[in-house]
Design a protein around this ligand. Structure first.
Ligand SMILES: Nc1ncnc2c1ncn2[C@@H]1O[C@H](COP(=O)(O)OP(=O)(O)OP(=O)(O)O)[C@@H](O)[C@H]1O
Length: 283
């Protein structure tokens, strides 16, 4: 796990919502979390565990009931950008050009310069669409890629994604994931909230949310296979943190676990079908 410059810290944070009856509903409490430059953090947890609430807190949209949110000097509010579950929820313009025109960078460009800039912004997520295309005519995946392009054009330190692929078909999910991978390779820190555990394989770190607190904070292999650093295969009585949170591990990991139970060693422990095939071939 990369541990260098700290961008954001939550210290002993709690969130209490007011219900319609005026009572307090505690979503989570005692949450402490440091986010470091260059990390790719996958946040997972059951429905209602408070993942989207965490997204709102980190984006500065939801005040804490208790505790503190600290930003490093470089990671001011302008340096974290979010992409949310419903692509349409974030649109302001009717066309791609109008959407991008809302970004502060656009204000400094001439009409001529803007055309090249639109192309560059869209190319960063692998899109080559005419800027005059209306948003309503785009596929769900393309809409989400435009959202992603707009977020990345702001050059955020942290890109926060709250289930950005939830409404997308498999092909669009792959496109969005690839665009995020490339942003991460260019140095953007990623916080990705997801229900799809196969998306966790890209992460350098997993945060598990459950029962009102963080239940797991570690590497993906430890999350899926249990054990300490890098995930040693669990002993008979140990439940992996993934299963403990109520999730079935992805197919590749379930298959690997079955092989391990039969005494077949796999090095390194695979997180994806490709890694599983490789580990079997290397035996
Ligand atoms: N503005 C709000 N006012 C009151 N309660 C809220 C509010 N927002 C969320 N909650 C409640 O807080 C809890 C956590 O919600 P949140 O959306 O953060 O969970 P989640 O883990 O993202 O869920 P999901 O996986 O279903 O999207 C839920 O019980 C939800 O009903």
């Amino acid at each position: 796990m990369l541990k260098n410059e700290r961008l954001l810290s939550l210290k002993n944070a709690s969130i209490v919502y007011r219900t319609e009856l005026g009572e307090g509903r505690r979503v989570w409490s005692g949450v402490s979390l440091d986010i470091y430059k260059g990390e790719w953090i996958a946040v997972v947890g059951p429905n209602g565990s408070g993942k989207s609430t965490l997204a709102s807190v980190l984006l500065g949209l939801n005040p804490l009931s208790q505790g503190q949110l600290q930003r490093s000097s470089e990671a001011g509010t302008s340096k974290i950008r979010g992409v949310l579950q419903l692509p349409e929820a974030q649109f302001l313009g009717e066309t791609i050009a109008e959407e991008l025109d809302y970004l502060p960078q656009a204000q400094e460009l001439t009409a001529e310069e803007r055309r090249n800039w639109y192309a560059d912004v869209l190319a960063a997520v692998g899109l080559s669409l005419p800027p005059e295309r209306t948003m309503a005519t785009l596929s769900g995946g393309q809409k989400q890629l435009v959202n992603l392009a707009a977020a990345l054009a702001m050059q955020p330190e942290i890109l926060l994604l709250d289930e950005p692929t939830a409404m997308l078909d498999p092909a669009s999910r792959i496109e969005v994931r690839e665009a995020v991978r490339q942003a991460h390779q260019r140095g953007t820190t990623i916080v990705w909230i997801s229900h799809r555990l196969e998306e966790v394989a890209d992460a350098t770190r997993v945060i598990g949310f459950g029962a009102g607190k963080i239940t797991f904070d570690g590497e993906p292999r430890s999350f899926f296979y249990g054990g300490g650093n890098g995930g040693k295969h669990q002993n008979e009585n140990e439940i992996s943190p993934c299963v403990e949170l109520g999730f079935d591990p992805p197919f590749a990991i379930q298959t690997a676990m079955n092989l391990l139970e039969q005494g077949i060693t796999l090095q390194p422990l695979p997180l994806t079908m490709e890694e599983l095939a490789e580990a079997i071939q290397c035996r």
